[in-house]
Design a protein around this ligand. Structure first.
Ligand code: 5GP
Length: 354
């Protein structure tokens, strides 16, 4: 087999492998084709989408010179294209379909409820929930929603989002599974969101926190000690990457599953290159890792591509790659779907005799 055939082989394997996506922001997951359809919808409705910016500006490639905070500006492009309920519903269904076409069998899509000139925060959540419910008729991918709290928001706004999240979790437990903290990591303080997050947890919701995107050992320790169900990124926890012995030991001891986003971390320069990622150290320390895309539109990637990059960077064979997907399925928030998804991956492993 030539090197090219081998690469092709791994590409189709990663594509075919039943995968779970546990860290995907709706606003950052919009593909070029989805954005074009959204632009058309705005044009047809006679409503300007308030942005002339397009895909070149939306995407953040490896050599991008924008700072981490600048990177957060790109989401305003996605927000301008999802301000109307019809557009938000279309963005949701097209994105779920794209994940399915990439071999993803289960997704926990996340999004930050926002008030726009065309909908309230409540209508924002309801639009996504109903789009997910409708998608379960046409699509085979099992889709859930995690409601995001933006670190830039006030405590009052976070409390309001939490009230809505709990309400939707109680009314649609088959769709809404959790709540998360994200947004510009240089803004806000974790401790200000603890009361809201604690209420969500007490109501039965699962919690995931963006953690370790910037060098802030004190906050990382607070977050880990609070014992979220999962953390996102977890980049600057290992001392080699800006963490401390204490932060790394806390993660190794608590073994909180880490949603890792390789291309996102390289393109936003959280790490110098793929080889520098903490993936290997996490595996050696038996800290569960889950391969995720973060923002597949912004970083021009896909879940199968992230699996392939991981396999190539860390020299994994097909059996090890398949077991990454299997291990990831253990950390999904929906208890009912977990066994179904795990069985699907196990069946694939058996059929491929891995
Ligand atoms: P949305 O919540 O509007 O559907 O998706 C976009 C939002 O997700 C951004 O405005 C930002 O708050 C959050 N987000 C997307 N990618 C990242 C990331 O890599 N790190 C953090 N901390 N937040 C992100």
């Amino acid at each position: 087999m030539t090197q090219n055939e081998l690469v092709m082989d791994l590409t189709s394997f990663c594509r075919e492998l039943p995968k779970v996506e546990l860290h995907a922001h709706l606003g950052g997951s919009l593909s070029q084709s989805t954005m074009l359809q959204l632009k058309r919808l705005y044009a047809d409705s006679g409503i300007p989408d308030k942005t002339n910016a397009f895909f070149d500006e939306f995407q953040i490639a490896a050599g991008d010179t924008r700072s981490l905070s600048d990177c957060f500006q790109v989401f305003s492009i996605a927000h301008s294209l999802t301000s109307m309920p019809q557009a938000l519903a279309l963005a949701t269904s097209l994105t779920l379909e794209e994940f399915q076409n990439d071999g993803c069998v289960y997704i926990e899509l996340r999004s930050t409820p926002r008030e726009t000139p065309y909908m309230s925060k409540k209508e924002y959540i309801d639009t996504i929930v109903q789009a997910i419910r409708r998608s379960s008729i046409n699509l085979t991918i099992i889709s859930k929603l995690i409601i995001s709290i933006d670190r830039r928001s006030t405590s009052q706004s976070a409390e309001e989002t939490t009230d809505l999240a709990i309400e939707f979790y109680q009314n649609y437990p088959e769709v809404v599974v959790g709540i998360e903290l994200s947004g510009d990591p240089t803004a806000g303080q974790f401790k200000d969101f603890v009361p809201a997050l604690t209420r969500a947890r007490e109501a039965g919701m699962k919690i995931t926190l963006h953690c370790g995107e910037i060098c802030n050992p004190a906050e990382i320790l607070e977050m880990l000690a609070w014992k979220p169900d999962r953390i996102g990124h977890g980049t600057m926890i290992h001392p080699r990457l800006g963490g401390t012995t204490e932060t790394w030991e806390a993660l190794c001891q608590l073994k909180i599953p880490v949603e890792i986003c390789l291309t996102s971390n390289v393109n936003t320069k959280l790490i110098a290159n793929y080889e520098a990622h903490q993936f290997k150290e996490c595996c050696e320390a038996m800290v569960p890792v889950i391969i995720c895309t973060d923002d597949k539109g912004v970083f021009a990637t896909s879940l199968s591509q992230e699996y392939q990059i991981c396999a190539e960077t860390f020299g994994l064979d097909q059996s090890q790659v398949a077991r990454l997907a299997l291990d990831a399925s253990q950390h999904i928030f929906d208890d009912d779907a977990r066994k179904l998804v795990t069985d699907k991956i196990l069946n694939f492993i058996e059929c491929k005799e891995l």
